[in-house]
Design a protein around this ligand. Structure first.
Ligand SMILES: Cc1ncc(COP(=O)(O)O)c(C=O)c1O
Length: 281
């Protein structure tokens, strides 16, 4: 991508996507979160004005725990002759068969997405990342990416940790059943408490939206004192009125731990009730 091109990205895209777009010098425009109508309007208006158009989305949104609308994105990118890139940082190892990510979740051929990119630093317990795409595209990156050519590669230990995690994913059907059971149980538990979990569904990323940064910090602190680690996400990572705690549910959590967490949240609900957010409870 360069000055002749356009990058259309989801409004909630991770900062790394925004920084990459800025570095490319392409024009950049966000579309409303997961709003395929808005994306199509932009494509209708703008496609002809640029040499290439790249659409960038996340498989699972890192702050909200909802999933991109992959089949519709593929239709749109084909209709408007655009390129589609999906950042699977939070979808690899969490959704789809054995954690194979968003293409498996929707049962679509991974080759229908031009660029599948992910990090090894979350479910895969390591550091570094990967890009999957056509042979030509990967060859192009291999010889033209300064960060790849002029920087040292992964350490063997990191490569081994990621490989071991992938092997575990491929053989660990029971792990993924447990993961699904755990996050479904926790999300339903939060919903029963009447707290605001935003758009999260079918993923282990579950926010508890407090509606202001102070409450998020205070609630996180109270949970931490009770042995529960849920980090506060405050402005500018999200809008101030969407400040939240973010829970990452894993297959290693026990039902008892999830129950204790739900009970602790229930006991401290009064912290959340203030002027601005009482209406949500
Ligand atoms: C959507 C998304 N993309 C990319 C990254 C960057 O991953 P890493 O920290 O492994 O470079 C993150 C990390 O938070 C992320 O959430």
């Amino acid at each position: 991508m360069n000055e002749e091109d356009l990058i259309l990205h989801d409004a909630l895209a991770h900062n790394s996507i925004i920084q990459g777009a800025i570095l490319s010098k392409a024009k950049r425009k966000p579309f409303k979160h997961n709003d395929m109508g808005h994306l199509e309007n932009e494509l209708q208006k703008l496609r002809q004005k640029f040499r290439r158009v790249l659409i960038v989305v996340e498989g699972v949104y890192s702050m909200d725990g909802d999933i991109c609308k992959l089949p519709e994105l593929i239709n749109l990118k084909e209709k408007y002759n655009a390129i589609l890139m999906v950042d699977e940082a939070h979808s690899i190892g969490t959704i789809g068969k054995n954690g194979r990510g968003v293409t498996s979740y929707f049962g679509v051929d991974p080759k229908s997405v031009d660029i599948l990119m992910g990090t090894l630093s979350k479910s895969l317990n390591s550091c570094g990342g990967y890009i999957a795409g056509s042979k030509d595209f990967i060859t192009y990156l291999r010889y033209n990416s300064p960060g790849f050519i002029f920087s040292v590669g992964m350490t063997p230990a990191n490569a081994a940790a990621a490989l071991a995690s992938l092997t575990l994913c491929e053989t660990g059907d029971a792990l993924f059943q447990k993961l699904t059971d755990n996050h479904t149980y926790f999300l339903e538990g939060l919903k029963k408490l009447g707290v605001n979990t935003g758009e999260s569904y079918d993923t282990p990323v579950i926010p508890l939206i407090t509606g202001n940064s102070e409450k998020a910090l205070e609630f996180s602190e109270v949970l931490f004192r009770n042995g529960i680690n849920a980090m506060p996400i405050v402005y500018p990572a999200v809008k101030e009125n969407e400040a939240r705690l973010r829970f990452f549910i894993s297959a290693a959590h026990t039902k008892e731990e999830l129950q204790i967490t739900l009970e602790t949240i229930k006991e401290n609900l009064s912290i959340l009730i203030d002027n601005r957010i009482a209406s949500k409870l």
